[in-house]
Design a protein around this ligand. Structure first.
Ligand code: ZN
Length: 141
């Protein structure tokens, strides 16, 4: 129960004090995704260069799970290679399946582990990560 409380606090912190919220003025890879079951919308912008995620920002709105997940994802992915970013996204999928996954590079993400118990909310949590995958996949084509 205490653990749940701690997790909830981390999630609300990212929701109320979002990291990397906004848009780039310069050109950036832009991905729009939404989750109609909840009404979450995200626009993810990525600065991709030489196989590295140089920078990331997001905008949009939605529930605390979707927005905090976007905040955590953008914070975690900066400076990562495409491969490392895809690995993060894959581990996040595993976390949503209830697997015991660690995120040593950005522990806040583990606060979303409880979401796997609420199947309707998993799409909220994965929205930003799906946008990240799509942005990188499109570059690799
Ligand atoms: Zn949602």
């Amino acid at each position: 129960m205490q653990l749940d409380d701690l997790y909830r606090r981390v999630i609300m912190d990212h929701y109320k004090t979002p990291r990397n919220k906004g848009t780039f003025e310069e050109d950036a890879v832009t991905i729009n995704l939404n989750n109609p079951t909840c009404g979450d919308r995200i626009t993810l912008q990525l600065k991709l260069e030489d196989g590295i995620v140089r920078d990331a920002k997001y905008s949009g709105d939605g529930c605390s799970i979707s927005m905090s997940s976007a905040s955590m994802m953008t914070a975690a992915v900066k400076g990562k290679t495409f491969e490392e970013a895809q690995d993060l996204a894959a581990r996040f999928s595993a976390l949503m399946k209830g697997e015991d996954v660690q995120f040593d590079e950005y522990e806040d993400i583990e606060a979303l582990s409880g979401v796997n118990k609420f199947p309707a909310r998993i799409k909220c949590a994965t929205l930003a990560w799906n946008a990240l995958r799509k942005g990188i996949d499109d570059q690799n084509k």
